[in-house]
Design a binder for this molecule. Sequence first.
Ligand code: ATP
Ligand code: MG
Length: 451
Amino acid sequence: MIKRLIDRLRGKTPPPARRERIVIPRDQHPISRKDISSAALKTLYRLRERGHDAFLVGGCVRDLLLDMHPKDFDVATSATPEQVKQAFGGQCQLIGRRFRLAHVRYGREIIEVATFRAHHAQADSDQHAHTSHTGVILRDNVWGSIEEDAERRDFTVNALYYNIDDFSLWDMANGMEDIRKRQLRLIGDPETRYREDPVRMLRAIRFAAKLDFDIEASTAAPIRRLGGLLDHISSHRLFDESQKLLTSGHAERVLELLHHYDLFRHVFPEGASSEEGKRLLALTAESTDDRIEAGKSVNPAFFFAALLWQRMQEEHADLVTEGMPTMPALQQAGQRVISRQGERTAIPRFTAQTVRDIWEMQPRLEQPRPRQVEALLQQQRFRAAYDFLVLREEAGEETGGLGAWWTRYQDADPGLRAEMLRALEKGGGSGARPPRKRSPRKRRPASSPPA
Ligand code: ATP
Ligand code: MG
């Protein structure tokens, strides 16, 4: 602390744009205890009983102020992890290396409790904070004050604290003003903050899409230039973050923003780049968002199947030109594209297998042998593969109208089904369509409806 002051007096560190803590009393903000999960409230009360400061912080406070339902409730406290452990005993587990955190369990609900932490650069030459030569934070278990805790957070709207002691709201970085302006503003110097943790660029996009906020100009300005920093992020972290982006319920907007800020190619180097490929991806995003809105589950594999489809097809066409039979070529093209993308966003084995299953079902659904139709319907991956075929068709791909055929077949009574199978046998296809060109790159324009 004193060293910091001396450094600042000597002009070594530029004085941070000092923000005064603004305390908003209970009767001047809308957050009410009835909107807070009882598990979170119990955690806050127990910490307070033990004489510690205890606040709700981060996304939950932000979301409550925006009248949205928080995904989870995070607690920040003056208690050290060991003191949290003492307060909650067997209910509490200490986790994490980079960030040491306490998880307090109430049945299926887990409340994450984090000790106030100082920003690594401000920690007085402390052994516990460590920055690599590229400026990335490796560990930062340096306990600090609530002011310091706020300063190391990403956006001003994520640095709002709800105090259980008197139910007041502590606005540590002028976040209320940004909530009102509906904008995301990084705390501190944007470029420095992105260099410390490039994933903040993706978080900016995720929150902008989810909250329907703007990214404030100086926070937005460096993103295009710094996108390459994402190339050095661990592929596991990038996979996690890509999952959050795609299951945010606003994937369509996320994709637009990723392209706008030129981050798409850094996260998804094997992602669709043609107009048609992008159209398939946008449609997939739209249907993902619809499913989330309807409370249905979403399969990450489905998204990757759409994301990588164009590159896989290109690679497939090349292998076929080289003389490889179509199915082995499809398998090999699939392996290659998935493994290249996996270098950037580590794709779990199970997800990769599902992506390949969806792809390998496509030719079988497009050219079903009448005697295999019932067996195809029973396949575990039928539903996903069929949904994928329908989206391809909607995106304007030449599929011989087979997506529509399968839709009709599933709704048909046994009589109609038999008739459809006879037509398939005779026509060698959906019965109504003209003979098909085999080239996977030849597709009909989006405007003409499927046969
Ligand atoms: P949501 O949970 O809705 O995705 P959130 O804001 O709660 O949003 P979390 O990832 O749960 O996001 O993080 C909780 C809080 O921790 C954030 O609000 C922010 O204050 C801080 N935080 C998380 N990740 C970072 C980061 N990379 N850099 C700085 N602060 C971060
Ligand atoms: Mg959260």
